[in-house]
Design a protein. Structure first.
Length: 462
């Protein structure tokens, strides 16, 4: 069997959902369909939560009614009057409950993380019902399952951690029998429930993660991520004029690209798939004929240079210097304990004899971090920085490629340079104003040799 996950832009309107139905109908294998909220709905639901927290009850009502109208307009997909009435009734109930809960929260002006999860979960629950009804209307034996009955998590609301064993047991009990009967199972991503039954969410981008968890639990042959691009690209198309689709990536390459700014894939998505060696394929629901990107445990042997380049903006660089670091042990542990206490992840690290530099992209605790670090070191910080990373197994195979990355950036004000321990990435930190130039130079060097395939593509097909 396979898992087919469709993102928000793939289900954003009736025409998009009709395309999804065609794609699902064209797949002969048993399939579990995982659906994100309609495009921009999660943002709208988070806005409802903010309105409730400010006590703006009237605005809350207006926002929820607008969401209800958008979702009920999707019911035109279902031609059979009885089925359409059933769908509208389910949506009415969902948004009626949403409005009641949001209004109550507006009265007390308090939205806890648990309450926020209950609000934003409505997006995936509603969209998956719509897709299930559309598939039935298209003649498929589809059945809808509430994601909260499948994905079991802890109670860390807003960024819950899945309970893999409990989730796998639910999948075996509730999904596998339906697939064996030939039914197409449809559910929402992003949403789960704690052991006590409280609604939880996996955090933004969590629908991809849900799909991978379900795929791992069901030992799927393949996990498909359907989105609105042709696959992972050699660079961000907003920064580079003509990026290419990367046909084949390793799990490590895809994970590092996602971590360093590639938005097609959520970084956690591939983790459950990695453990079982399940391939992940990224496809375009608007152009289902496109080949897409296949992510597996390995790439073609001998592929030179980076597979792609990624950029992460909004980065802060922190420099920590102290003579106590010279010929001493324990200093780095003390530094990173500060970031751990403030629950702030570090992206890039470089060190010298008496200093260490790090980057972060979460500034919520920056003042506390700097104040604590200044208790034992000199500290400076600089905002408005960007990370540019060239990623690829070929960097490890050919040391010259790493040197070529740095050479391509000659003249740019590089604040930090780092090569990962696996030697699969070369990463630089520089001012945001220079990030586009850096991306364009690297892309021209490695991916624009002229007409025809890149060196990496040529070796992959040789």
């Amino acid at each position: 069997m396979i898992v087919m996950k469709f993102g928000g832009t793939s289900v954003q309107d009736p025409e998009a959902v009709r395309r999804v139905a065609q794609v699902v109908a064209g797949e002969p294998r048993p399939r579990l369909v995982v659906v994100s909220a309609l495009a921009k709905v999660t943002d709208a639901l988070l806005a409802v939560a903010r309105l409730a927290e400010r006590g703006e009850a009237e605005a809350v009502g207006d926002a929820v009614r607008a969401l209800r109208a958008r979702h009920e307009a999707m019911a035109t997909l279902v031609q059979a009057p009885e089925r359409r009435a059933e769908l509208v009734g389910a949506l009415d109930a969902a948004f009626g409950e949403l409005e009641a809960v949001a209004h109550a929260l507006a009265v007390v002006r308090d939205v806890s993380p648990r309450s926020c999860d209950a609000l934003v979960a409505v997006g995936e629950l509603a969209s998956s019902r719509i897709v299930a009804a559309a598939l039935v209307g298209a003649g498929l034996p589809a059945v809808w399952l509430d994601a909260r009955e499948l994905l079991v998590t802890d109670a860390a609301h807003g960024a819950a951690t899945p309970d893999r064993a409990a989730t796998d047991a639910r999948l075996r009990e509730r999904v596998r029998p339906l697939l064996e009967k030939g039914q197409v199972v449809v559910t929402g991503g992003f949403v789960g429930s704690s052991a006590s039954g409280a609604t939880t969410t996996l955090g933004r981008g969590g629908s991809d993660y849900s799909a991978a968890l379900f795929g791992a639990g069901l030992e799927a042959q393949e996990i498909q991520i359907w989105t609105d691009v042709d696959g992972m690209l050699t660079a961000d198309p907003r920064l580079v004029a003509s990026p290419r689709v990367v046909k084949h990536l390793s799990f490590d390459e895809a994970s590092e690209l996602a971590y360093f700014g590639a938005k097609v894939l959520h970084p956690s998505t591939i983790l459950p798939a990695v453990g079982l060696g399940i391939p992940v394929r990224i496809l375009n629901s608007h152009r289902p004929q496109a080949e897409g990107t296949l992510i597996t445990s390995g790439t073609p042997e001998g592929a030179p240079g980076p597979a792609a380049i990624a950029c992460k903006r909004g980065v802060t660089r922190i420099d920590i210097a102290s003579t106590r670091m010279l010929m001493a042990y324990g200093f780095l542990r003390r530094v990173f304990e500060v970031f751990e206490r403030f629950e702030t992840p570090v992206d890039v690290v470089t060190t010298s004899e008496v200093s260490v530099s790090v980057t972060i992209d979460d500034r919520h605790a920056i003042d506390g971090i700097v104040a604590e670090l200044r208790g034992f070191a000199e500290v400076t910080s600089e905002t408005g920085m960007a990370i540019v990373s060239a990623v690829g197994e070929g960097l490890r195979r050919d040391a010259r490629a790493s040197a070529q990355v740095i050479a391509a950036l000659e003249g740019l004000p590089l604040a930090m340079v780092s090569q990962g321990g696996s030697r699969k990435n070369v990463t630089v930190v520089l001012p945001e104003a220079d990030a586009t130039t850096a991306m364009q130079r690297l892309h021209q060097r490695f991916f624009e040799p002229g007409p025809g395939p890149t060196p990496r593509e040529a070796l992959a097909t040789a």
